[in-house]
Design a protein. Sequence first.
Lengths: 114, 112
Amino acid sequence: DTAVSQTPKYLVTQMGNDKSIKCEQNLGHDTMYWYKQDSKKFLKIMFSYNNKELIINETVPNRFSPKSPDKAHLNLHINSLELGDSAVYFCASSQRGRRDTEAFFGQGTRLTVV
Amino acid sequence: DQQVKQNSPSLSVQEGRISILNCDYTNSMFDYFLWYKKYPAEGPTFLISISSIKDKNEDGRFTVFLNKSAKHLSLHIVPSQPGDSAVYFCAASADYGQNFVFGPGTRLSVLP
């Protein structure tokens, strides 16, 4: 029973398209994240979303927008895709307010923009 | 500006020996540190953590040491096993276990 699941696992699309990546967690966590792992393998946080509070990494282009229909879901929508958006995107979740807690990650979505 | 650094991109160790992975951080507000392990085509999985009020945490073959004054932590794996071969990420949080900042990772290869 997967704790954090994201779909699709692979996504190949053309420049200029709009695409979404879905994420769901069944851990009852109240905070969800999107991370981007770039070609240099750095894992960088893009968004943190907790109880309708969205914290955005200021370096993320506004073509990227997270959408949360409910506490268990945080989808990532990307407009006007560019070649540089090619990366692996990871969704994660954690429980706010617990000191000894960790983030649980999904398996990743490899996005290739051609 | 890298707040969490792992200066060794890779490390090779013989099976049965100790693996030591290092991590340095610059943000003195970090108070919770974690190690994640990542296999190819999978998401990172949590390995072990340590709060800033401790200097050591042990879980089976894995021990994490924290030196706050040096802003340095290390992960010791002993004995190392071939199945430990993976990329290890150090992560830190200043926000009660939220908004984890990751290092660039160290690829560990345990040779049989």
